[in-house]
Design a protein around this ligand. Sequence first.
Ligand SMILES: Nc1ncnc2c1ncn2[C@@H]1O[C@H](COP(=O)(O)OP(=O)(O)OP(=O)(O)O)[C@@H](O)[C@H]1O
Length: 231
Amino acid sequence: MSTCVELKQLEFRWPGAQSALLSIPELTLARGERVILRGASGSGKSTLLSLIAGIHTAGPRQVQVLGHDLAQLSQHQRDRLRANEIGYIFQQFNLLPYLSAVANVTMACQFAPARRARLADADREASARQLLTRLGLTYAQQQQPAQQLSVGQQQRVAAARALLGSPALIIADEPTSALDQGHRDEFIKLLFEACDAQQTTLLFVTHDATLVPLFPRAIELDEINQAVTNV
Ligand SMILES: Nc1ncnc2c1ncn2[C@@H]1O[C@H](COP(=O)(O)OP(=O)(O)OP(=O)(O)O)[C@@H](O)[C@H]1O
């Protein structure tokens, strides 16, 4: 199985900080893997995600995504790689409230030519509708402005937006924190099915330990991060 994300001797310290926040000797995520990354508040989860997404950068060869050494790419190349290959599901969903659910989803491919090219159906809207239907939204709900949907429905729209155009990696940053347990488990099941259908790697980040049994692989940030244990 090929590699999606590879960290090697990752050392990261925020400017002005006294010591490294992250010191991770090695971590590999294979293509198509479903991984939950858990860690206490402030342990560096979001920082690690921002390094994998190329929003911030570490040293040469420390973070590789789909074979690209992010430190060797220009800002523009990193932005392009992110737009084409990484779907992000945010805690607050980041939907545009007045746009319909389906329009929120199609926006994902606006600046991502590779994602557009991978759509099974050349019609972006048709592909977005297929995903939304698979994630359980009716046609009528797909037409509604995002702000008129329930929290659970908005979350499915955010997932469909991240999945459209089959990016190699989905990063989900605390996406279930606003849901009750029943909706939460159902959402994760749907997310797995959608990722499986398109061979997408899922990196799901949370501080909630009760989600761990739902995933085939769990990583405790405190266990792989030597910076924390050395403090
Ligand atoms: N842009 C930044 N500049 C400087 N320091 C930062 C920045 N972002 C985060 N930090 C610091 O890095 C540490 C880890 O923060 P981070 O947000 O990565 O943790 P987290 O595990 O995602 O926390 P939470 O679960 O509360 O969201 C914190 O001490 C924070 O103050």
